[in-house]
Design a binder for this molecule. Sequence first.
Ligand SMILES: CC(C)(COP(=O)(O)OP(=O)(O)OC[C@H]1O[C@@H](n2cnc3c(N)ncnc32)[C@H](O)[C@@H]1OP(=O)(O)O)[C@@H](O)C(=O)NCCC(=O)NCCS
Length: 174
Amino acid sequence: MTQAFRIRSLSPDEASASVPALASVLLDCVQGGASVSFMADMTLEEAEAFWREETTADDGRAILAAEDDEGVFGVVQVIPVSTPNQPHRVDVSKLLVHRRGRRRGAAEALMAATEDAARAMGRWLMVLDTVTGSPADYLYEKRGWRRAGIIPDYALYPDGALCDATFFYKALAR
Ligand SMILES: CC(C)(COP(=O)(O)OP(=O)(O)OC[C@H]1O[C@@H](n2cnc3c(N)ncnc32)[C@H](O)[C@@H]1OP(=O)(O)O)[C@@H](O)C(=O)NCCC(=O)NCCS
């Protein structure tokens, strides 16, 4: 039977307490071959250091987590752009679901929650990028994100091979 999960926005304290779980999600995604900033030799300590920085950023971001009875297994961030000329925009960053919890709708639920979080910030233009042809690429299209374009050879997979990136945007109803 598929285990139930819930989505919630982590308070700063909850986010700090979740650093080990978030690091384990990030490490699992990298070990699974996802191109999410890090290379295959990333350690758990580096993953924890990354999340310590993210969870203390103090920039008004929302850190949304998917959790089940075993704990946090998915995450995504909604980061309000700080430049004065983009008061309406957010970046959506690091949608990650641990392999133990995939294909049960967690990423879709997290992405639905990003829209609520952006609205709660008073923002309506959302931007992200992902590896062209990846599972996330299909997910964003399914959720109504628009393709702005593809940049060839944008980043590396953890094993060092180059990958293209597709940039997406979504304008929420105002
Ligand atoms: C991409 C990712 C977040 C999807 O997480 P998930 O919880 O398994 O996704 P969901 O169960 O919510 O799937 C929702 C939709 O995404 C798409 N999708 C998810 N996994 C897919 C796969 N392996 N192949 C093709 N489409 C896929 C499908 O459209 C799916 O809808 P469907 O189940 O009705 O077909 C997860 O695979 C992951 O963490 N990958 C590694 C990290 C990464 O690449 N993150 C994206 C950074 S931008």
